[in-house]
Design a protein around this ligand. Structure first.
Ligand code: URA
Length: 271
């Protein structure tokens, strides 16, 4: 049977659909051709050989080649430059949308900026968008996000409340989905930190909740959320409470008891 006949058979159709869904899960967003191209294959002989260059004059010291891409430091400096100029949240969203130094942007469908009430007393900082968030352009809308909503609702806080005292504002360290939901890398976190700092300064919450390891690394420069959770720290002039990520709680329901203690701790702080 040829490929077309395989796909026409009912089981072939289902297998092809499953293979396509798998590709989408991996982050494939578009098809660029019908056949594979081996871009590493070099032609054996070149039809148009490059013209020979005259020999370079002898130099006393080698001149370094100009960098092909900005170094990590340059990208962080560009991020700081852009973020500091944002006078409000709309400016900041536009600055992020125009920021081209982060590779994750190329694979993402949407910029995931924030959700909730910008006047909220509580700012929740997550890690990075997943598949649903990338599709919808809003943070925490998948299964973990639904659990997050239920957790905060249990202490009277919601992203849809117009009352700042009963509201939360939600954003992530990374505004673009990492491929296959991998953890953001240290250089990606460093590049986004100026935007996160500006975001927090513009919202000016009373309290920041860090959910998961990525915001812990971005804000408190440390790792190990299971050790750090539940202990108040101070960063950017604000009280900061690290908590376990709701995706972790979905995988480890026994950890919900500690998460509940952390929520009560937060509620007491807000009183
Ligand atoms: N996990 C996060 O940390 N953020 C989201 O927006 C979704 C899942």
């Amino acid at each position: 049977m040829g490929i077309a006949e395989d796909i026409m058979a009912p089981e072939g159709w289902h297998a092809a659909l499953a293979a396509l869904a798998w590709q989408v899960d991996l982050g494939v967003a578009e098809v660029v051709g019908d056949g594979p191209i081996d871009r590493y294959e070099l032609p054996e002989t070149s039809a148009n050989p490059l013209p020979k260059l005259a020999p370079a004059p002898a130099r006393s010291a080698p001149t370094p080649a100009p960098p092909m891409a900005p170094s990590g430091d340059e990208a962080v400096a560009a991020a700081r430059f852009a973020a500091e100029r944002a006078a409000n949240l709309d400016d900041l969203r536009q600055a992020l949308a125009a920021f081209d130094h982060c590779e994750l942007k190329k694979g993402a469908r949407n910029l995931v900026f924030s959700d909730g009430n910008p006047k909220a007393r509580v700012l929740i900082l997550g890690e990075a968008p997943g598949r649903e968030e990338d599709l919808e352009g809003r943070p925490f809308v998948g299964r973990a996000g639904q659990l997050l909503d239920r957790m905060f609702a249990a202490i009277g806080l919601s992203r849809s409340s117009p009352d700042p005292a009963a509201a939360v504002y939600i954003t992530n360290v990374m505004p673009w989905r990492p491929p296959q939901n991998r953890d953001p890398e240290a250089n990606e976190i460093a590049m986004m930190r100026p935007f996160v700092e500006r975001h927090i300064a513009l919202v000016d919450p009373d309290v920041i909740v860090l959910v998961g390891n990525t915001p812990l690394q971005a804000i408190l420069n440390t790792k190990g959320i299971l050790r750090a959770r539940g202990t108040w720290a101070t960063a950017l002039g604000k009280p900061v409470l690290p908590m376990t990520h709701p995706a972790y709680l979905l995988r480890n329901p026994a950890a919900k008891r500690e998460a509940w203690a952390d929520l009560l701790n937060l509620k007491a702080k807000l009183r």
